[in-house]
Design a protein around this ligand. Structure first.
Ligand SMILES: CCC1=C(C)/C(=C/C2=NC(=C\c3[nH]c(/C=C4\NC(=O)[C@H](C)[C@H]4CC)c(C)c3CCC(=O)O)/C(CCC(=O)O)=C2C)NC1=O
Length: 186
């Protein structure tokens, strides 16, 4: 498992070179935006159970066969496993976002997951749909712009003071980790 710093060391070592100035600049950027990164992680982590249940509910609304006999969210045992998997995926995405590196997600969550799902008959297209919903939710929470129309009375804002770019680079980075999950399952 690597983070932004150990990744720089491992890559430099692989080419027997020193850490170049471009890399140092990137790491300096990681440090100077560290508080924003922690806020982004917190925005996801403190909304996680709501995000997961909403994403899985949305996935089921769009494909109700999942909760009927023969569907992979039926019976309750499978429904529970599915919710748990949604939570696992979201948790590993937050770890990657904190570390600034995808290796923890790759090694400890995605490695072999496609094969496990194939063996258990878990439909990847449905899982991908739930992950897409979580990706959209995460972007809204990191930007601290959850949609009023969709959240209704449950609308919850983190109170971010960053207004100029709504943390666009962290939204893009988090999105890339969700995309990684999607491509690992596709
Ligand atoms: C730390 C990393 C880690 C991951 C990623 C993980 C995934 C994982 N999900 C599993 C099962 C499962 N996963 C699902 C998930 C779903 N079914 C659906 O229809 C939906 C599309 C989807 C939810 C989005 C279900 C229903 C099962 C149980 C399948 C069965 O036992 O028949 C299993 C088989 C063992 C078990 O049931 O616990 C594993 C290993 N376990 C881990 O330790």
């Amino acid at each position: 498992m690597l983070d932004a710093f150990s990744r720089a060391v491992v890559s430099a070592d692989a080419s027997t070179s020193c850490i170049d100035s471009g890399k140092i600049g990137e790491l300096r950027g990681y440090l100077s935006a560290a508080n924003r990164r922690l806020d982004a992680v917190n925005a996801i982590a403190s909304n996680a159970s709501c995000m997961v249940s909403d994403a899985i509910a949305g996935m089921i609304c769009e494909n109700q066969g999942l909760i009927q006999a023969g569907g992979n969210c039926y019976p309750n045992r499978r429904m529970a496993a599915c919710l748990r998997d949604g939570e696992i995926v979201l948790r590993y995405v937050t770890y990657a976002l904190l570390a600034g590196d995808a290796s923890v997600l790759d090694d400890r969550c995605l490695n072999g997951l496609k094969e496990t799902y194939a063996a258990l008959g878990v439909p990847s297209t449905s899982t991908v749909r739930a992950v897409q919903i979580m990706k959209a939710q995460a972007a809204a929470h990191i930007k601290d712009e959850p949609s009023e129309a969709r959240a209704g009375a449950k609308l919850r804002k983190m109170g971010s003071t960053v207004t100029e770019d709504r943390c666009a680079s962290l939204v893009a980075e988090a999105s890339s980790y969700f995309d990684r999950v999607i491509s690992a399952l596709s």
